[in-house]
Design a protein. Structure first.
Length: 290
């Protein structure tokens, strides 16, 4: 995988090769997360999806702001919020794109990731990190070519974060799939320990579908990304990424960017565990920064 920002995110590219039916998943245990996915994906357009996000931030008592931008003759708005921390502490930025394609409701892609950011934000607000300030971001126009995140990182004077943590396609199985340019880092070690404790699959690596983390890596800013998918689907997804057609089509690719991308299709039984693992990993990473 290269760090070149694609005009069409990889999740979209896979759909050209995959088009098979899939059965709806049973309901999971992450009720608040799933409810937030439903509220975001009910939005008829990007503005309505953003309203669902900012309503949750208002309820959390979090002050948010929007940043309008223009990229490639397209206009969008990113949503940003500060969760607090020492003013001189390094920045941890956590984000996800909240736009969707015209087809379907964009529940998996990417109300699921946006809801994960909101749930993690609630935890970090209730019990702040010790050594980092935390901001959260919701990117617009990812589906048009990562335009919102690109606008953010190329804004003059923008602060370089200690780490950007991205979420895209979350709530689809039993394995936490992590994009990391490095194979062995303190964060990976912490996540591996936490995932073992939770008996959750964990697969880190540099090969991963292009999404908003690429805008940060292109600027040489540290970034990782998380998806929650079936462990048996990662290799088929990567096979397609390598230009091959797997014998069995990944079920998540049968849903996104289609009319079937609704809350009913989510496979979310391990969402609580995945959020616990990520939270613990970030807390351990934060503590090690002393």
């Amino acid at each position: 995988m290269t760090s070149k920002t694609s005009a069409r995110p990889f999740w979209a590219g896979l759909l050209l090769l995959v088009a098979l039916p899939v059965c709806a998943a049973d309901g999971g245990d992450a009720a608040e997360w799933k409810g937030q996915v439903a509220r975001i994906s009910a939005g008829a357009d990007t503005a309505a999806r953003g309203q669902a996000i900012t309503s949750r931030l208002d309820a959390m008592g979090v002050t948010w702001r929007e940043e309008a931008f223009e990229q490639k003759d397209k206009h969008g708005r990113n949503l940003l919020a500060d969760l607090g921390g020492k003013a001189d502490a390094p920045l941890l930025l956590i984000g996800a794109h909240y736009d969707r394609v015209a087809v379907g409701h964009g529940a998996t892609d990417n109300a699921s990731g946006s809801a994960a950011v909101l749930e993690l934000a609630a935890r970090l607000k209730a019990r702040p990190l010790v050594n980092h300030r935390v901001q959260i971001a919701f990117w617009d126009l990812e589906e048009a070519g990562l335009l919102g995140s690109h606008a953010y990182v190329t804004t003059p004077g923008r602060e370089k974060p200690a780490l950007y943590v991205n979420f895209d396609v979350f709530g689809w199985g039993d394995t936490l799939w992590m994009m990391s340019p490095q194979a062995d880092t303190p964060l990976i070690a912490a996540l591996r320990s936490a995932s073992t404790a939770h008996k959750l699959g964990f697969q880190p690596g540099e090969h991963y579908p292009p999404t908003d983390h690429l805008a940060f890596l292109k600027q040489e800013w540290p970034a990782v990304s998380f998806s929650l998918v079936g462990g048996d689907e990662i290799d088929p997804i990567l096979a397609v990424f390598g230009g091959k057609k797997p014998a069995t089509a990944p079920k998540v690719m049968q849903v996104i960017h289609s009319p079937r991308d609704t809350v009913a299709e989510l496979d979310d039984g391990r969402v609580d565990d995945a959020l616990d693992v990520i939270e613990q990993g970030l807390r351990d990473w934060d503590a090690a920064a002393r």
